[in-house]
Design a protein around this ligand. Structure first.
Ligand SMILES: [Zn+2]
Length: 268
């Protein structure tokens, strides 16, 4: 599933379309329309004022109280094609036509994601947790989030109402980088461990963005190209392979229903 670095990578690669005018939107599969507070045709002739990201959501700020929100679900792709370029591939469910000749394409084989046309964006995101790459996310804040919590730290990190944008890949990678076992009760982390984990989360997310995200099967950036961070993963998807620090085989275990990868020796 695309997580913060993948959605941020897409955002950056389509950013040159800010201020372009939206000409029209084709919806080929109505099932991907997750919410429609207004008629999308109201946006025709309007500029894209800003392309932003909140957690795992891509947000197009159009007019005040008129926003397009894209979520990629498990396998969605969102990319642009240049003027004259053929639209190709299966499972293309929506196309946004811009006055600069480009088209923004939403493609999703499994259709867990979709488009939302939202009026009140603050209300839409009101329960979403803090952005881990912003300054507001620091060791003091994480210490408050974990305090007295019995839930596994890995599970807490996936809670979008606490921290936005972290999924299975980056939770496992950040916990490895911080040397903390994923099944530890969140409230058992020491002050030093909370500081290490805060830095590890920021570091892992930033490194992945630099590598244009992680591609296992589906993820493509805004140019429909694969990411590169899969070559830098330390633990995720590497069950029984040697730990890059100690050489011992990595473990996998289900924690909070999610498959979790870690080193029994390097994490405690
Ligand atoms: Zn190890």
């Amino acid at each position: 599933m695309p997580e913060l670095p993948e959605v941020e990578t897409i955002r950056r690669s389509i950013l040159s379309n800010e201020n372009a005018i939206l000409v029209k939107i084709d919806i080929f599969h109505p099932g991907i329309l997750r919410r429609q507070d207004f008629d999308p045709a109201e946006l025709y002739g309007q500029p894209i004022r800003r392309i932003a990201r909140r957690g795992k959501f891509l947000v197009f700020f159009m007019q005040e109280e008129r926003h397009i929100i894209v979520h990629l679900g498990m396998s969605g792709r969102f990319y642009m094609i240049e003027k004259g370029q053929e639209l190709s591939g299966k499972h293309i469910h929506a196309v946004l036509h811009l006055d600069n000749g480009r088209r923004l394409v939403y493609q999703d084989a499994r259709r867990f994601g979709g488009l939302r046309f939202v009026i009140d964006i603050e209300d839409f995101f009101c329960r979403m947790g803090c952005e881990p790459l912003e300054d507001e996310f620091n060791a003091d804040l994480l210490a408050k989030l974990v305090k007295d919590r019995k839930v596994a730290i890995k599970t807490l990190m996936l809670n979008q109402n606490l921290i936005a944008g972290i999924g299975n890949i980056y939770a496992d990678e950040a916990l490895f980088a911080a040397g903390i076992l994923p099944q530890r009760p969140a409230g058992s982390l020491t002050t030093v461990e909370v500081e290490r984990l805060t830095q590890a989360i920021k570091q892992v997310l930033n490194e992945s963005i630099e590598q244009r995200g992680t591609t296992f099967r589906d993820f493509r950036d805004g140019y429909n190209k694969s990411g590169g961070f899969q070559h830098h993963l330390q633990v995720y998807g590497r069950i029984n392979e040697p730990c890059r620090l100690c050489g011992r085989p990595l473990a996998r275990e289900r924690i909070g229903g999610r498959s979790s990868h870690y080193c029994r020796h390097c994490q405690s």
